[in-house]
Design a protein around this ligand. Structure first.
Ligand code: HPA
Length: 249
């Protein structure tokens, strides 16, 4: 089954016919909330709100291990993760949508592996290409069918948050080769890989990153809200197309 992990601004799927909600217990504690199961058209889908349904969990407080474990436990075999980011590359202005193809992880102190503890043998998973190529292609095709412009590829810098970055930090991320910056892409992607769940992301650029363009002096929260409201419709179109095409048990 396909699952959608919804980020900021996507706490529910508007056209989802909900069949059930289930709280899943995991060995890692509680997921961000119950997993919602339902259909969009003929496509079956599971949905999980990353920050909780009331958006109460900060990026570093999210129990990523429980979230991914719960989805796998419920039979999820593919994940489309929606996230909100700041744009670093000049072409990625507010309102742009991106399917990233690389990650640089700057987060710290998060529980970021299943392979730890006395009983667990250490496993080093391959993460050369952190997103599933097939799933990326499905998202890009769904976007094309929905008539929504989406940039193919980009390096996602995962920062710790919850504060936004300094202008100098964004300069550094750019020198490192990052094109977009968000707070929730990791360890989510790595945990999906550890569980061997095909995983890719659709990122919505909500603002120019700190120090860039309209964020030269400050990042405006009002602008972020406005852009997210304006662009979430396109995200929904892509997600719905993806579910309609690939949502089957
Ligand atoms: N930085 C980090 N995360 C974000 C941003 C940003 O500028 N915008 C939305 N999520």
């Amino acid at each position: 089954m396909l699952a959608i992990i919804g980020g900021s601004g996507l706490n529910q799927l508007a056209n989802l016919e909900v069949s059930r909600r289930q709280i899943v217990r995991t060995p890692y504690g509680e997921a961000s909330g119950p997993v919602t199961f339902g259909r969009i058209g003929d496509g079956e889908v599971a949905f999980l709100a990353r920050h909780g349904y009331g958006h109460t969990l900060a990026p570093h407080e999210i129990n990523y291990r429980a979230n991914l474990w719960a989805l796998r436990e419920k039979g999820v075999t593919r994940i489309l993760a929606v996230c909100t980011v700041g744009g670093i590359a000049p072409g990625l202005g507010a309102g742009a949508l991106v399917v990233p193809d690389q990650i640089i992880d700057y987060t710290w102190g998060r529980k970021s592996t299943y392979f730890e503890g006395a009983e667990e043998p250490v496993v080093h998973v391959d993460f050369t290409h952190p997103y599933c190529g097939e799933t990326r292609r499905m998202i890009l095709d769904a976007a094309a069918e929905a008539g929504v412009a989406v940039a193919d590829g980009g390096t996602y810098a995962a920062t710790q948050g919850p504060r936004l970055e300094t202008a100098a930090e964004i300069d550094r991320l750019e020198r490192d080769g990052a094109h977009l910056v968000g707070m929730t892409g990791m360890p989510e992607a790595a945990l999906a890989r550890e569980l061997a769940i095909p995983y890719a992301s659709l990122a919505l650029v909500a603002n120019p990153a700190a120090g860039r363009g309209a964020s030269a002096q400050a990042v405006s929260m009002e602008e972020i809200s406005r852009v997210m409201k304006e662009t979430m419709g396109s995200v929904r179109l892509v997600v719905e197309r993806m579910v309609a095409r690939h949502g089957h048990p």
